[in-house]
Design a protein around this ligand. Structure first.
Ligand code: B12
Length: 382
């Protein structure tokens, strides 16, 4: 089991170069790092740590206010009853003095790294301090809460080899319930899947009643050495909304876009009965990948997101998912070649005769009518 941590840079701070280097070093040595990005509030950090079920949070801070900021993160973890279970560590070169660090340790911070510390030293700290923490048993007194759900997902990841599991092995407290719609989103890296999902989630939050929630199961590739940079939270702005539950999953050696534990994790999310919709995002996939639909994961609707620049018409013929998707989205439609792409894909799916829908979107633009159309197709009121 990989060590799973979350890293972030505090609010009003854009110094991300140190944490980017540190993240890479951790990943190269087998750590799964959920990276939240820079300019993140204490609330965002604590909430993400809860949903991602990490063993520790690493904060890189340079613009001052670190004593108060770490204090607030700890206080928010405390509200979730995750303190002292989730450890906090960090650094900020010369901006954190030794005197500051003493105050921070007294307040519950585990370790501050000062200027001049080697990456190897940080890695040793992580491996010796948190190497076994992932095996923590989950606490039945949390049943029905997000803590419980996120811990169940961790257990599912640990036991991925034994999937599928018998229904009576579903962790207690997770009940079969209302019908949850599952939507799979796949496509090559750089097509804009994450931004598109974020915009769909935004429309869900805006149009659906306050009591309806959405879950996102987002995949990123594991690297050689088994670590992974789980970075989709940094892009998904609306994942910080309290009606959204987001979980990042590393592929852990499985090809094709998903992880060995995806099926099990999805079942746990469905059976929690907490969500109207679950959006499953694959890693950037290749031409041969069919992660949803035919042989792999059953979803209600599968969406293939394509950039306009897939190469040539010949390349298009080789993309297997074009035959399996319910909807094909040509995103980044502001880029040159998007009209040609739409025409070529239209021609291709017409010969499929499967009633597939083709939509042109520009997901990085708020209020895009193509995304409206996609939302209507997937989640509009029937
Ligand atoms: C690079 C840099 C920038 C770059 C940032 C690029 C980027 N994308 O990160 C740029 C030029 C953009 C920049 C801008 C600014 N900067 Co600047 N910047 C620095 C600088 C020179 C280095 C910081 C750095 O990355 N160090 C490299 C890391 C790897 O080494 P380290 O800091 O020694 O950290 C060690 C440990 O602490 C540990 N560590 C660090 N973080 C973490 C996290 C974890 C989890 C772990 C385990 C370990 C760890 O890793 C290192 C190991 O040896 C510092 C000065 C300095 N020499 O420290 C100023 C500094 C941090 N910046 C400063 C300021 C004021 C600014 C600006 C406000 C300037 C302005 N007026 O516009 C802006 C703010 C930008 C913003 N949006 O926040 C001040 C902060 C002063 C303060 N807090 O009182 C500093 C200290 C300069 C100064 N002496 O005045 N900055």
């Amino acid at each position: 089991m990989s060590i799973r941590i979350l890293t972030a840079v505090p609010i009003c701070d854009g110094h991300d170069s140190a944490i980017n280097t540190i993240n890479l070093e951790f990943i190269r040595h087998g750590v799964e790092v959920v990276y939240l990005g820079y300019n993140r509030s204490a609330k965002d950090i604590a909430r993400a740590a809860l949903q991602e079920d990490v063993v520790a949070i690493g904060i890189s801070t340079y613009n001052g206010g670190h004593i108060e900021f770490f204090e607030e993160v700890i206080e928010r973890l405390d509200r979730f009853q995750l303190q002292p279970a989730i450890k906090i560590f960090g650094g900020g070169g010369g901006t954190i003095t030794h005197e500051d660090a003493e105050i921070m340790y007294a307040g519950g911070v585990d370790r501050i790294f000062f200027a001049g510390t080697s990456l190897a030293e940080m890695l040793t700290y992580l491996k010796t301090g948190y190497g076994n923490v992932a095996q923590r048993p989950y606490d039945p007194s949390f049943a029905g809460t997000e803590q419980f759900l996120s811990r169940a997902l961790t257990l599912a990841e640990c036991e991925a080899g034994s999937f599928p599991k018998a229904p009576d092995q579903v962790p207690a407290g997770i009940q079969p319930g209302r019908r949850t719609k599952v939507i799979g989103v796949t496509g090559p890296g750089g097509a804009g899947k994450t931004t598109l999902i974020d915009e769909v989630v935004y429309r869900f939050l805006r149009t659906r009643p306050e009591n309806q929630r959405v879950a996102i199961l987002s995949h990123d590739p594991s690297m050689i050495g088994s670590g992974a940079l789980l970075g989709d939270r940094a892009t998904m702005i609306y994942s910080q909304n309290d009606r959204v539950f987001m979980r990042s999953v590393a592929t852990r050696g499985q090809a094709g876009g998903l992880s060995p534990s995806t099926g099990h994790c999805l079942r746990i999310l469905v059976e929690s009965a907490l969500f109207e919709v679950i959006l499953v995002e694959t890693v950037g996939t290749g031409q041969e990948a069919i992660p949803f639909g035919i042989e792999m994961l059953a979803v209600d609707q599968a969406v293939l997101v394509m950039p306009p620049d897939y190469g040539s018409r010949l390349q298009l013929q080789k993309i297997a998912m074009i035959d399996a998707a319910d909807a094909i989205v040509v995103n980044k439609s502001d880029l040159q070649g998007s009209r040609t792409a739409v025409a070529e894909i239209e021609y291709r799916i017409r010969t499929n005769q499967k009633g597939q829908t083709l939509i042109r979107t520009q997901a990085n633009r708020h209020g895009d009518t193509g995304v409206d159309q996609l939302f209507e197709l997937l989640l509009g009121e029937k």
